[in-house]
Design a protein around this ligand. Structure first.
Ligand code: ATR
Length: 275
């Protein structure tokens, strides 16, 4: 049996085993997917053991805090993973090289465009935050050619660094939250960790253009603080990161197995379980 796993620390609450097991059943793929609590200093060894060239271990998902280590360990990268500086999907190619990909941005984009018929091409986009989570999704967003992509962050220098890094990939700018005054957007994506503290970045009241959508990369049983702000400030639609979670998994599954599972029923089921 081909074996897959998600490596992280902590890992207890990972939904990846449930998601990939459902994908395997749906697509009739014979595989086993587990979660592994990897010690902070044991990542390299754990990967080597799991993906030994002759073994049954075929692929890994990598989550907090190992995504950058996985990027460093990978011997080849997709363009989007190279730009992300982080890897959430590992596998060996036909010559045995350890390959790293990052499906977070594909998942975000798929949730917006496939699941919800949203548009990115030609739209004015704002992303809040400039940490690893945001860097991880920029390449697939820019590949769809938004008219503008503005990154706003509390620490402006970090937003500026990202804008510089991705300058060759499309129209990308950086600014502070104050500098958002007088600007309006069609799609605002929250990639800050502010929600974890129940906070929302300081945003102008008229930030959302009529018909604008908001996307919180976080998800929870309750409406997230950012999406509560969005609904109160005229967002036509608010989405949270549950769809992105399932879609990034579907993209990893497709990389490993060559078949992309349907996701809509599973997203509904997970939403139901949350409540
Ligand atoms: P991650 O890997 O989840 O992106 P990170 O690299 O620590 O984590 O980045 C966290 C992001 O959330 C940063 O953009 C951070 O802003 P700073 O770069 O200015 O620190 C942002 N963030 C965290 N708490 C926030 C808050 N209360 N208000 C606004 N932004 C916040």
């Amino acid at each position: 049996t081909d074996r897959y796993a998600v490596f992280g620390n902590p890992i207890k609450h990972s939904k990846s085993p449930l998601i990939h097991t459902a994908f395997a059943q749906q697509t009739r793929q014979d595989l086993e997917y587990t979660s592994v609590l990897v010690p902070e200093d044991g990542f390299n060894e754990a990967v080597d053991n799991f993906l030994a060239v002759e073994g049954e271990g075929k692929g890994l998902n990598i989550t907090v805090p190992f995504k950058v280590e996985a990027w460093q360990k990978a011997e080849c990268h997709s363009d989007r993973a190279r730009m992300a500086g982080a890897v959430n999907t590992l596998y060996r190619n036909q010559t045995g090289q350890l390959c790293g990909d990052n499906t977070d941005g594909l998942g975000l984009v798929a949730d917006i465009t496939r699941n919800n018929d949203g548009e990115i091409a030609g739209k004015d986009l704002l992303i809040l935050g400039a940490g690893g989570a945001v860097r991880g999704v920029l390449e697939p967003i820019l590949a769809l050619h938004p008219a503008r992509l503005v990154i706003a962050n509390r620490t402006v220098a970090k937003a500026e660094q990202l804008a510089q890094l991705f300058a060759d990939h499309g129209a990308i700018e950086a600014c502070s939250y104050d500098q958002l005054n007088g600007q309006q957007f069609d799609l605002v994506i929250n990639g800050t960790a502010a929600s974890l503290q129940g906070e929302v970045p300081p945003l102008p009241d008229d930030l959302l253009r009529p018909g604008a959508w908001c996307y919180d990369m976080m998800y929870a049983a309750e409406v997230t603080p950012f999406n509560r702000w969005a609904a109160a400030h005229g967002a036509e639609k608010t989405l949270d990161g549950l769809g992105m979670l399932v879609e990034q998994a579907a993209e990893s599954f497709a990389i490993w197995r060559g078949i992309r599972p349907d996701t809509s029923e599973l997203i509904q089921e997970l939403r139901h379980q949350l409540l």
